[in-house]
Design a protein around this ligand. Sequence first.
Ligand SMILES: [Zn+2]
Length: 294
Amino acid sequence: MTSGGRFPLIYIAGSGHSGSTLLEMFVSGAEGHVGLGEIFQLVDRRNPIVDNLDGHLCSCGTGVADCVFWKPVIARLSDIPRDDENARYRALGEAVATHFGPGTVMVDSSKTPEGLERAIASGAFDIKVLHLVRDVRSWLVSMQKSYRRNGVASWAENRKRAGLAKGTAKYLLRHPMADARQWQRLNTRVEEIVKRNGLPVLPVSYERLCFDTASVKGEIEAFIDAPIADYGTPGARADNHSIFGNRMRFEPEKLQTIRYDNGWFHDTTWLLPFVLSPGLRQLNSRLGQGRKVS
Ligand SMILES: [Zn+2]
């Protein structure tokens, strides 16, 4: 804990499908840092998940409800009234300090602007933000891919599942034009929150993380003021307890060969919103540089 009674926290902000699990595993390799996953889900008063963790796995390989770190934490959180998010955040900070040692930095990959605002509002943390941005063209293609995987990409599929009116509305919400607006809104909101609260922030481009890993590593190390050990080396933390992220958190060895999905090179899903919105192109270009341009 720091002198102001606050716990250090790194918040990975950005939109889903942007490589946040990869970035979390990367940062968790830093001395004194521990990856905890999407912890806003445990704190959010509207989310009942804390009372039903069956089937949810921790990255340490056990169920969240049985994990050596999370088990006592969950018991503690269950005793705090659901409305008292601030107390839940503080309990988490205390648990991390107790289990991993005072001053341990928790890495929270909750991503959403809302989760960031609530962590700030709790007053329990000294927060640094890694604003992760995946190129909107690549992101839009990835979103459509995930809709296809889940059988909700086409108008017909949506109508079949939800009827004509609801299905049409859902289809339109999943259209690349709507997704592009969502990407723009979300990233703009992250920037606003960071600015309003005067938080230290490092923009991280997912593309640069993949293609220029060494430079990005150096920038992150300077920002968090700690060296990042490579996966598998003695300095790398072996006991992260990351929850609710994607499956990759069980496979840290993937950090050794980061693979970039270049599907958008030959899939033009992104073309229409990209051409039609100069604001989107501008934001994409600015954030894509991945670091503060003074
Ligand atoms: Zn665990």
